[in-house]
Design a binder for this molecule. Structure first.
Ligand code: ACM
Ligand code: ZN
Length: 532
């Protein structure tokens, strides 16, 4: 009798500890909409196949991606097949119109002891299902070599998932510090693993013009180089050829990421004006920025030639980026030069603009019309609200959420990216325990707490909030190792802000899941800040 009781207690204990450990094995970030755990697991072995059930044209690249990742770590052949008959011991990818109910980025992932099935109404959803699958496998799946001694098991589970927002963004400033193509791809990999779908590539700055423009070669010959950085007496430079840009755009596309390029105007243009001073108000000469900040020399808004130049530049950039959004900056444009420029003043008078803010609005509206004629939608920082918003413009709200609120109320689309919650150049903890940053303080908990839809918006207005984005300004990130440190792990908090529904969010639960990701960062060769 006593023995039976002990046995009973022991088995209850085992069941519970098993349940707890099973709970621990599901650490997917961002948190899926619904997870129903089963019992048991599916284990990969040397006869597991990857089945493309239908739509081979769309699914084969994803199946090859899965096969390549899993072959690397397991050493198993993981042959691709197209028959949907033999379901056992397979990972099956299937386009299923019924899954339209979870949108085109939504998916269903079902793991039984016999097979794994990922279904979606579109390839994007299948891709996200695959990334959830990787996160269900042991962290060694992230290694770039064959790993022995690991049981490649996936817990039985049914996941149904879809994103909350359509704009799930991360930004990177390559103007202050250049990021080579190899790193940009590594960054894109990271974004896609956490189901982000938008990469905002900030390509031009006072301190460097980073994209080849064939009609204006001096933009890179002169504008991509600065003689030093903050007095270090060391020349610095770098730019992307158009071929490299195309390569990155394709790489992103394969990972269901749209790149939003940013060509800054009318401010933050000192590198361009150093190359072509004739498009400034004073005529120069200038020097590519060697210190950080906001500079008074900006594009002359009274000179027709400035608009011709910008249209020429945009005409070369637009075809490189197939996405519908195009960012033109618009932030931090001092008006001093315009106030003292006869051409700018003549424009204000002729067009009865009244002041320099409305001259900026005139400038942005002209560019907006041009972009629209090329099938693009203009995005600008929230300063583009000043002096009147261009019709159809999308506002990126960074100086708080007020600009975004005003724009949404005026029926304009908005991406929320306030400094308070979205600036990954801010310190992650106390400055004296961190490498030098630009300032501020943004803990991962604060990022996680961000709610992109302000409470004061009515449901109809709230629909204009497309999503949110983390911004990575690189003044104090001299190398890409440092970029990774600033982005990880805060990116994961942002991914849950933009993907997961509000009621699924819980910081304690997130933190537990996050602990399971550090090993993955290490195996993938990412630098990161471990939360203490
Ligand atoms: C910005 O941070 N100047 C948009
Ligand atoms: Zn001027």
């Amino acid at each position: 009798m006593k023995f039976k009781i002990i046995l009973l207690i022991l088995s209850i204990f085992l069941i519970f500890s098993n349940l707890i450990s099973m709970e621990n094995t599901i650490s997917i970030i961002p948190k899926p909409l619904s997870i129903k755990q089963g019992e048991g697991s599916f284990t990969l072995n040397d006869s597991t196949k990857i089945i493309i059930a239908n739509n081979p044209h769309q699914l084969k690249p994803i199946a090859e991606h899965v096969a390549s990742r899993l072959r690397t770590v397991t050493g198993y052949p993981l042959e691709l097949g197209t028959s949907s008959k033999k379901k056992e011991n397979s990972i099956i990818l299937m386009i299923d119109e019924k899954l339209k109910r979870v949108g085109k980025e939504g998916y269903q992932l079902r793991v039984t002891e016999k097979s794994v099935t990922i279904k979606s109404s579109s390839p994007a959803g299948i891709f996200y299902g695959v990334h959830s699958l990787y996160q269900l496998l042991p962290p060694e799946v992230e290694k770039n070599e064959q790993v022995t001694g690991v049981k490649w098991s996936i817990p039985c589970v049914t996941i149904e998932d879809k994103p909350r927002f359509t704009w799930r963004g991360m930004h990177l400033d390559v103007g202050r510090h250049f990021a080579p193509v190899k790193f940009v791809k590594k960054y894109i990999d990271l974004l896609s693993s956490y189901k982000m779908n938008t990469f905002h590539w900030h390509l031009t700055e006072d301190q460097g013009w980073r994209i080849e423009i064939k009609k204006y070669p001096k933009l890179t010959e002169i504008g991509s180089k600065r003689k030093e950085t903050m007095g270090d007496s060391t020349p610095y430079g770098g730019f992307y050829t158009q071929e490299e840009i195309k390569e990155v755009v394709n790489y992103a596309k394969e990972r269901f990421i749209t790149i939003v390029p940013e060509i800054e105007m009318p401010g933050h243009a000192l590198a361009a004006l150093t190359a072509y001073p004739e498009f400034s108000c004073t005529g120069g000469p200038f020097e590519v920025g060697t210190t950080w900040g906001v500079f008074e020399d900006v594009y002359c808004a009274g000179n027709e030639k400035t608009f011709e130049f910008l249209k020429d530049v945009l005409s070369e950039v637009i075809p490189l980026f197939p996405g519908k959004f195009f960012h033109i900056g618009g932030d931090e444009c001092p008006k001093e030069r315009w106030k003292n420029c006869p051409k700018c003043q003549a424009r204000i008078k002729k067009n009865k603009l009244g002041n320099e803010h409305r001259l900026q609005s005139y400038f942005v509206q002209r560019i907006e019309r041009f972009l629209r004629s090329k099938g693009k939608r203009l995005v600008g920082w929230d300063e583009i609200l000043e002096g009147g918003l261009a019709p159809g413009a999308t506002v990126m709200s960074w100086r708080g959420t007020e600009g975004g609120i005003a724009a949404a109320k005026a029926k304009h689309d908005v991406v929320m990216t306030p400094t308070s919650h979205c600036y990954f150049d801010y310190y992650q903890s106390k400055p004296d325990s961190e490498p030098k940053a630009i300032g501020g303080f943004l803990s991962i908990e604060k990022v996680y707490s961000f709610e992109p839809v302000p409470a004061e918006l009515k449901p109809k207005q709230a629909k204009h909030i497309l999503g949110a984005q983390g911004n990575v300004w690189t003044e104090y990130m001299p190398n890409t190792n440092h970029v990774e440190y600033m982005v990880l792990p805060r990116l994961l908090a942002m991914s849950e802000v933009v993907w997961s529904v509000k009621k699924q969010k819980n910081f304690e639960d997130f933190s537990k899941r996050l602990n399971e990701h550090y090993k993955r960062f290490t195996y993938r060769g990412y630098n990161f800040r471990a939360q203490k």
